[in-house]
Design a protein around this ligand. Structure first.
Ligand code: GDP
Length: 199
């Protein structure tokens, strides 16, 4: 799968500001340090794109990138906790939540999860939120090449995450395994996007 062109279009702070909904879009989200910038670089082959998202002021924006003149890759701010009586639950800023529920051309959210660490409750609660809100999402595991000293292998973390996510959501979302270091999963992820765009 080739990425012939990738260009930064716009940073927006609400859905009304987003580019006209002319193309199908795929939103990338994850905790900070999950490997989001590295994955965007790996997918598009352009380090300049993720740098755009990391510039001060843009990290908290909805950033649209047009790929091959045909679909949007959308970089969203990370998410945080809200402490409630039910424990920690995912907390979006208002426009991110609005983006998920109101952006009519959003096809699927790519939820990035670090495969080098055991499942984090916050990531599970994020997945559960998508299931509850009926927002389609795919779990994209990152850092498949990495094993923390003394930690479990990636395969074990992935199996544990998949079990917990199915329990929390009531179904098993699609999953893709990637490493930005080795390029693993690049073609699979681009093929996944191409397939979902058909519908
Ligand atoms: P972001 O904050 O989510 O944008 O994460 P970055 O892309 O900046 O990556 C955070 C850290 O994880 C950096 O030190 C990267 O070098 C490292 N990292 C990202 N992807 C991979 C990967 O596939 N394998 C390994 N081993 N490290 C990675």
């Amino acid at each position: 799968v080739r990425v012939k062109s990738a260009e930064f279009i716009k940073s927006s702070v609400n859905v009304a500001q987003c580019p006209p909904p002319r193309f199908p879009e795929f939103a990338v989200i994850g905790r900070s340090n999950v490997g989001k910038s590295s994955l965007i670089n790996m997918l598009t082959g352009r380090s300049s794109l993720a740098m755009v998202s990391k510039t001060p002021g843009k990290t908290r924006c909805i950033n649209h990138f047009l790929i091959n003149g045909a679909w949007y890759l959308v970089d969203l701010p990370g998410y945080g906790y809200a402490r409630t009586s039910k424990g920690n639950v995912v907390e979006w800023n208002r426009f991110t939540r609005e983006y998920f529920t109101e952006r009519e051309t959003l096809v699927t959210v790519l939820l990035l999860v670090d495969a080098s660490i055991p499942p984090m409750a916050l990531d599970i609660s994020c997945a559960a939120w998508f299931a509850e809100a009926e927002v389609p999402f795919t779990v994209v595991f990152t850092k498949l090449d990495k094993r923390k000293k003394g930690g479990p292998p990636a395969e074990e973390n992935i199996a544990a995450f998949e079990a917990q996510v199915e329990e929390a959501c009531g179904y098993a979302p699609p999953t893709i395994l990637t490493s930005s270091k080795s390029g693993k999963g690049r073609n699979e992820l681009l093929a996944h996007v191409a397939q979902l765009r058909e519908f």
